[in-house]
Design a protein around this ligand. Sequence first.
Ligand code: ADP
Ligand code: ZN
Ligand code: ZN
Length: 674
Amino acid sequence: MRVARVALDVPLCTLFDYAMPEEYRLAPDSLVGRRVVVPFGRARSVGIVLESDVEAHVAERRIRAIGRVFDDEPPLPGDVLEVLRFASDYYHHPVGQVLLNALPQKLRRVPVRDGSRATKAAAADTAQRVTPPAESAAAAPEPQLTGAQQRAVHAVLSSRDTFAPFVLHGVTGGGKTEVYLQVVAELLRRGRQALVLVPEINLTPQLTERFRGRFPGVTLVTLHSHLAEGERMRAWRAAQDGVAAVVIGTRLAVFAPLPRLGAIVVDEEHDASYKQQEGLRYSARDLALLRAKLRGVPVVLGSATPSLESYANAMGGRYRLLELPSRPGARLPAVRCLDTRGQRLWHGLSGALLEALQARLERGEQSLLFVNRRGYAPVLMCLACAWTSPCTRCSARLVLHTSERRLRCHYCGHEEAVTRVCPTCGNQDLTPAGHGTQRLESALREALPAARVLRIDRDTTRRRDAFATMQARIRANEVDILVGTQMLAKGHDFPRLTLVGVVNADGALYTSDFRASERLYAQLTQVAGRAGRSELAGEVLIQSNFPTHPLYEAVCRQDYAAFATGALDERRQLGFPPYSHHALLRAEAARRERVDDYLARAAEAGAALRFPVEIYDPVPPLVARVGGRERGQLLVQSSSRNELQRFLSAWYPQLEGTATRSVRWSLDVDPLEV
Ligand code: ADP
Ligand code: ZN
Ligand code: ZN
């Protein structure tokens, strides 16, 4: 019997057979990619047809009919289906969940009443409500491009309708966004759509504003997970109908249907946020490349600190490297290390850094103090017995938050009141150890009482729009010193900001994660790049006990190529990515033996498959217990991506087979943390 195979939102790596509706017998291909309602068990579900007019896998009497085809909306296009199917195969995640989760929620639900009228109403609604272009507004002027920018724009545009991957390596403030804008301008003249990916939601308003200013007559939509359901639906439809000429979005936007797609931009391509950390653990950057390939369009990976994967591809000639080596209207900041060895620090701040802050204050300029830890201090400590505020549910310390008078676990969210007495020895003299944003904030208020200090971290930006409000205050010059975490490092442009101070970065030099130095280099470069973006000169001061460490020296010289070349050499010698490929099996359970046992059996089963892959011993991750659950992981490495994939396909059923109900496991292909 000929059937249609339908993907459903269930945790099974399989499609389901349904009888095809009569009216599609003559044109079965037009059923592929369509949303349908089908009976499933005793309920009805929304599914997506992936194959049509194929021989049934199950007995005829068990085959039920498709209940309804949403034929008044376009089917999901071939490239989106292919990217999703690839993602399901490559990341080893159930195909139906991959497909259905890529849709806005509204499209995953069976409509309550008969849909056709409702869908039409929704379509009309889309046409009405999607960001209306302001025809009358004047476009923001285009600057005259520098030679380097012109070459970049020209290279991207001249690839026309062929797949062409580019790494746009531009120093911070080097004019990458301007390159995107002018590439998009030409695409719009050619009647094409542009997809621009950004790593996080906080960066969408700023970029959207710049695109709107430049293209006031054009429909632009944003797509990210904080949109209200209706908004997301409208934006998706506008992309799908070709109404939206520009789509700016976070990683999920890589799945948006775009009938007239002309190019894809992945801004800050090195950013870890492009990798989803749960469910389908996909890299939106990597899928963007696949999508561009399927559509035969250029893809631009932009960054001041390209990922070593992308940089190695550029060096190997697989991607084309485009460089923007200087800032068009400003100089790069001067970056220096402040040697803190043997120095008396005041709440973590050196005298030199405090003086530099004072000088900016007197000149009416802004400063940014960067520290990679929120809260007041990473631990509360007893100097008599060395007790250090442990979390009872995690193998981690509770962080001291003084403004709320709480001890908080940053892993499981557990909270307690701050104790005054050591619970083990009764000592009444507990000391905060280490420095977080709150501590620097209060130290600055004390040292520079005239300064208006603003702290920006996850704690102060929980409310919706809080971050946007803060940005407006910074732009309006209502703030002298910003104290913040990495939230402030990325992509923001504050013209009056001339000093960046970095506190406590040393820790990242000595962790076991082989990617730590790449992350630190990127983070320091990004945060340094916030200084001196306008005509005011910028300065960056990095406090360190290891001021001559090669990583800091490269950061100070702002020599990405030197850093990347050295780091890639090291990776090659050690056989780490990008010179090999990783998959990580993670497991967790209430009891340690369960985790260890599961991983040991998984390793054994893997070894028995006799593939040319290396299976490491199971180890606990850095934080082995979180929220009362024990965790473990098992790394698999191979020099061949294909061999690794073949291995994972063979291994996967065994991982399912040996799992018991008490163990939760997941597979992470190309993991960012191992
Ligand atoms: P990036 O995206 O690399 O950080 P931007 O495109 O935001 O860089 O450019 C940094 C600043 O320089 C912006 O204020 C931008 O308007 C300005 N700029 C970019 N290109 C030029 C140019 N060719 N001439 C003058 N100013 C420019
Ligand atoms: Zn004690
Ligand atoms: Zn905890």
